[in-house]
Design a binder for this molecule. Structure first.
Ligand code: SAM
Ligand code: DTB
Ligand code: SF4
Length: 330
């Protein structure tokens, strides 16, 4: 009778002591039971009719020295993506202004870098402060950071730093070998220590097992702080990369991933990140039911396509959902 009653009594309370076996057991629940539990937890912390909208811009594309097997931007693979230099701050700020006018709440700047070079920091800081001055939340994903660089980005006005763990620790070296899982964890610690919020999630569809997916969510759920944003990407297979011919993940398995993410990180924004372009309205709706409450808007992600505002506006209208923080529909 020494069972942790408080813990079992309220599944909506965040926990950091999840075991891998517990996370795996959630994946094994009957589908409707899993989705129901996740929907209940979602409602405890969020209005389930609200969706957070973020927009991405690739501010430095291609030519990346890392060998992430899923990525169009790695210089190790011959893909259709052409490399370009770091954009000017003014161009980035103009794109952010358009994103805001289109209804985005957060603007995320991505660079195909292994790590940040100090010489690029002033330009990146100017982008961040300019985007922040528009009244947008700011996010960047620039590769590995030192603690000093993290503090400099925070000082420039960066709210979120995206750095994905991508998959479970046992599968990581099947996907990328130019860095380690620990390198990723170290950057996440630098981001937290600098006082920024973390955006951290992963990809499904890279040939991983359910145990690897549980392994990723177990890592996220046992971090010192749950990521404030938790993106789940459905692999966009890129011709020319080692994962370019990957088989699509069963849509119901994708929903399970969303639901388990919601259950183990109950207060995080769970995002359907890459892959919505090939998802049906029905699949996306199931994801929203299972606790997803964030999407990327706009016709482009970094180098691949996204549904575009007209489609998303129509979907939100049909589902009677609305951008987070906007007025409720009467
Ligand atoms: N270079 C930085 C890094 O790796 O952290 C930032 C950019 S990187 C493109 C950001 C994330 O996008 C990756 O961690 C991965 O999760 C996701 N991503 C990249 N290519 C993808 C693809 N083809 N399909 C799905 N997600 C992808
Ligand atoms: C995240 O988890 N996914 C986004 C964002 N964070 C940086 C990137 C998705 C990229 C999809 C492939 C591409 O467009 O190149
Ligand atoms: Fe480079 Fe990031 Fe692509 Fe990996 S995911 S190759 S680090 S841009």
């Amino acid at each position: 009778m020494n069972a942790p009653i408080g813990r079992l009594a309220d599944p909506a309370q965040p926990r950091h002591d999840w075991t891998l076996e517990e996370v795996e057991a959630l994946f094994e629940l009957p589908f409707t039971e899993l989705v129901f539990r996740a929907a209940e937890v979602h409602r405890r912390w969020f209005d389930p009719t609200e969706l957070q909208l973020s927009q991405l811009l690739s501010v430095k594309t291609g030519g990346c020295p890392e060998n992430c097997g899923y990525c169009s931007q790695s210089q190790h693979f011959k893909t259709a993506t052409t490399a370009s230099k770091l954009m000017d701050a003014e161009t980035v700020i103009a794109a952010a202004r358009d994103a805001k006018a289109g209804g985005a709440q957060r603007f995320c700047m991505g660079a195909a870098w292994r790590d940040v070079k100090d010489r690029d920091l002033p330009k990146v800081a100017a982008m961040i402060s300019g985007v922040k001055a528009l009244g947008l939340e700011t996010c960047a994903t620039l590769g590995m950071l030192t603690p000093e660089q993290a503090r400099a980005l925070k000082a420039a006005g960066l709210d979120y730093y995206n750095h994905n763990l991508d998959t479970g620790p046992d599968y990581y070296d099947k996907v990328v070998t130019t860095r380690t899982y620990q390198d990723r964890l170290d950057t996440l610690a630098a981001v937290r220590d600098a006082g920024m919020s973390t955006c951290c999630g992963g990809i499904v569809g890279m040939g991983e097992t359910r145990r690897d997916r549980a392994g990723l969510l177990h890592q996220l759920a046992t971090l010192p702080a749950h990521p404030e944003s938790l993106p789940i990407n459905d692999l966009m297979p890129i011709p020319g990369t080692p994962l370019g011919d990957s088989k699509a993940v069963d849509p119901l398995e994708f929903v399970r991933m969303i639901a388990v993410a919601r259950l183990v990180c109950p207060k995080s924004m769970v995002r359907i990140a890459a892959g919505r372009e090939h998802m049906s309205r029905e699949l996306q709706s199931l994801c929203f039911l299972a606790g997803a409450n964030s999407i990327f808007v706009g016709a482009r992600l970094l180098t691949t396509n996204n549904p575009g505002r007209d489609n998303d506006d129509a979907l939100l209208a049909e589902l009677k959902m609305r951008p987070m923080g906007s007025k409720a529909i009467a």
